[in-house]
Design a binder for this molecule. Structure first.
Ligand code: NAD
Ligand code: UGA
Length: 445
C-alpha cells in the first residue's frame, strides 16, 4: 500500500488529503501538524474549517485510510510520498520584508524530513512557493541525505475556498513539475498515478519544476488582475453612468475573455492573492525586472484604492461623518461559504470606519474569531445588527443576504437609512422603493 503523509493540516492540506483518501482507497493518507488543537478538531465532529461537502468526505474515510496526527516524525518516516502544505506567509521583517515569502515553516519541515527519513522519498511542494524553491529544498535534503534519494516535485494547489471539494473532485487541471531526469520522470509518474484515480489523463499537466512553481504565482496574479481590472472600471462607471455589471457582461461574452471572475467588489481578500502577487513582485525585482514588478504591483494598488474608495463613499454620503453612528456590517469573511477572514477586505473597511469613530455591529453567518470579537461588537443575526443603525454595509456575498426582509430592516433603522452594497448582491431598485438610499459598486446612483 502506498503511504502518503502531508505536513500541514490547514485549508489546503486537510481538504486535499481527504479527497485523495476518498478517491484512492488503496492509499493510506496521514495528515500531520504541529498544532494540537487543529489536529484534535480534525479528529472531532467540529472540523477546524468550514467547507461545503468536507464533513462527508472526512467522515467517509477517517480512521480507515485517512488519519490526522501530531506525530509528524512517525508518519514522515513511514511515507513514500510526503506533501508539504505548510503556510508561506509574507515576510514581516528582514530582507524582502512586506513582499518576499517567509519560508521558515517550509525549511523546518524539510530539515525534519531529512532528519527522520530512512528510505527514499518523493517530496511534493503543495504550498505556494517562490520559483526556484525546489532548488533550495533539494540542497537541504541532499546535504543531509545519509544516502537516501529524494525527488522534489512541484504540485501547486488551485482550489478556491468555499468550493474546495468541488474543485478537488473536478479540477480544471492538476499540475506536476519535476526534474527532467529518469528519476524525475519516475517520481512524476508516481504522483500522476495518485491523481489518475479520478482525474482524466488529459487534465494532468506535467512540466519542469520551475514552470510548475511559477504557474501557480502566475495563475493567482492573472485571477487577481481580472478583479482589479473590473474594479478599476467600476470607478469609471460610477463617474459616467455606465453600469459595471452590464460592462462586465458585455466584455465577458467575448470568448477570448470569458465571463468568470469579473464581479466588481469592495476588493479581493483571502490569504493568497495579495501575498502571492507581492511575492511575484519581489521575484521580479530580484531578477532585475522593475517594469514587470511595477506592472503587477498595480493590481494590489487598485485593490487598496477600491477598499478606501468604498470607505470614503460611506463617510461622504453620510454627511461627512460617521462618528457615533451605528453602522451594521453584514458579512466579514473574505468570500461566501467560508469562515476564513484572513486578509478579508472587511478588515480594512471596518478599520476605516472605526477611524472615523463609527460604532460597528457585525454579523457573519460563520462564527467570528475570538480576536475579532474582542475588538468589535459581533451579533448573531442580521436584524439585530441593523436595529437602530444609520447604515448597512454588505461586505460578503452570502446568499442569505439576498433573502433578508429589507422592509423590516428599514422600519427598525434610523432615517435616512443607507445601504452600501460592497458585493452588488441586493436589488438596489427594490430597496430604493422601500426608502433606502443605496450605493452599489460601479452602478448609477
Ligand atoms: P494554513 O495556515 O491553513 O495551514 C498550514 C498548516 O501548516 C498550519 O496548520 C500549521 O500549523 C502547519 N505547519 C506549519 N509548519 C509546520 C511544520 N513544520 N510541521 C507541521 N505542520 C506545520 O495554510 P493554508 O491556507 O492551508 O495554505 C498552505 C499553503 O497552500 C500556502 O502556501 C498557501 O499559499 C497555499 N494555498 C492556499 C490555498 C487556500 O485556499 N488557502 C489555496 C492554494 C494554495
Ligand atoms: C484563490 C484562487 O481562486 C484559487 O485558484 C487559488 O488556489 C487560491 O486563491 C490560493 O492560491 O489560495 P480563494 O482566495 O480561496 O482562491 O478565493 P477566490 O474565489 O479566488 O476569491 C478571492 C477574492 O476575490 C475574494 O475576496 C472574492 O470575493 C474576490 N472576488 C472573486 C471578486 O471580488 N470578484 C470576482 O469576480 C471573484
Amino acid at each position: 500500500m502506498v503511504k502518503i503523509c502531508c505536513i500541514g493540516a490547514g485549508y489546503v492540506g486537510g481538504p486535499t488529503m481527504a479527497v485523495i483518501a476518498y478517491k484512492c482507497p488503496d492509499i493510506e493518507v496521514a495528515v500531520v501538524d504541529i498544532s494540537v488543537p487543529r489536529i484534535s478538531a480534525w479528529n472531532s465532529d467540529q472540523l477546524p474549517i468550514y467547507e461545503p461537502g468536507l464533513d462527508d468526505v472526512v467522515k467517509h474515510c477517517r480512521c480507515k485510510n485517512l488519519f490526522f496526527s501530531t506525530d509528524v516524525e512517525k508518519h514522515v518516516f513511514e511515507a513514500d510520498i510526503v506533501f508539504v502544505s505548510v503556510n508561506t506567509p509574507t515576510k514581516t521583517r528582514g530582507l524582502g520584508a512586506g513582499k518576499a515569502a517567509d519560508l521558515t515553516y517550509w525549511e523546518s519541515a524539510a530539515r525534519m524530513i531529512a532528519d527522520v527519513s530512512k528510505s527514499d522519498k518523493i517530496v511534493v511542494e503543495k504550498s505556494t512557493v517562490p520559483v526556484k524553491t525546489a532548488e533550495a529544498i533539494e540542497k537541504i535534503l541532499t546535504h543531509n541525505s545519509k544516502g537516501i534519494n529524494y525527488q522534489i516535485l512541484s504540485n501547486p494547489e488551485f482550489l478556491a475556498e468555499g468550493t474546495a471539494i468541488q474543485d478537488l473532485f473536478n479540477p480544471d487541471r492538476v499540475l506536476i513539475g519535476g526534474r527532467e531526469t529518469p528519476e524525475g520522470y519516475k517520481a512524476v509518474k508516481a504522483l500522476k498515478d495518485v491523481y489518475s484515480h479520478w482525474v482524466p489523463e488529459d487534465r494532468i499537466l506535467t512540466t519542469n519544476l520551475w514552470s510548475a512553481e511559477l504557474s501557480k504565482l502566475a495563475a493567482n496574479a492573472f485571477l487577481a488582475q481580472r478583479i482589479s481590472s473590473v474594479n478599476a472600471m467600476s470607478a469609471l462607471c460610477e463617474a459616467t453612468g455606465a453600469d459595471v455589471s452590464q460592462v462586465a457582461y458585455a466584455v465577458g461574452t467575448d470568448s477570448r475573455i470569458g465571463p468568470k471572475f469579473l464581479n466588481a467588489s469592495v476588493g479581493f481578500g483571502g490569504s493568497c492573492f495579495q501575498k502571492d502577487i507581492l511575492n511575484l513582485v519581489y521575484i521580479c525585482e530580484c531578477n532585475g525586472l522593475p517594469e514587470v514588478a511595477e506592472y503587477w504591483k498595480q493590481v494590489i494598488k487598485i485593490n487598496d484604492y477600491q477598499k478606501s474608495r468604498f470607505v470614503n463613499r460611506i463617510v461622504s454620503s453620510m454627511f461627512n461623518t460617521v462618528a457615533n453612528k451605528k453602522v451594521a456590517i453584514l458579512g466579514f469573511a473574505f468570500k461566501k461559504d467560508t469562515g476564513d477572514t484572513r486578509e478579508t477586505p472587511a478588515i480594512d473597511v471596518c478599520q476605516g470606519l472605526l477611524g472615523d469613530k463609527a460604532q460597528l455591529s457585525i454579523y457573519d453567518p460563520q462564527p467570528m474569531s475570538p480576536t475579532t470579537k474582542k475588538k468589535v461588537h459581533c451579533v448573531w443575526d442580521a436584524y439585530e445588527a441593523t436595529k437602530d443603525a444609520h447604515a448597512v454595509c454588505i461586505l460578503t456575498e452570502w446568499d442569505e443576504f439576498k433573502k433578508l426582509d429589507f422592509q423590516r430592516i428599514y422600519d427598525n433603522m434610523q432615517k435616512p437609512a443607507f445601504v452600501f452594497d460592497g458585493r452588488n448582491v441586493v436589488d438596489a431598485n427594490k430597496l430604493r422603493e422601500i426608502g433606502f438610499i443605496v450605493y452599489s459598486i460601479g452602478k448609477p446612483l
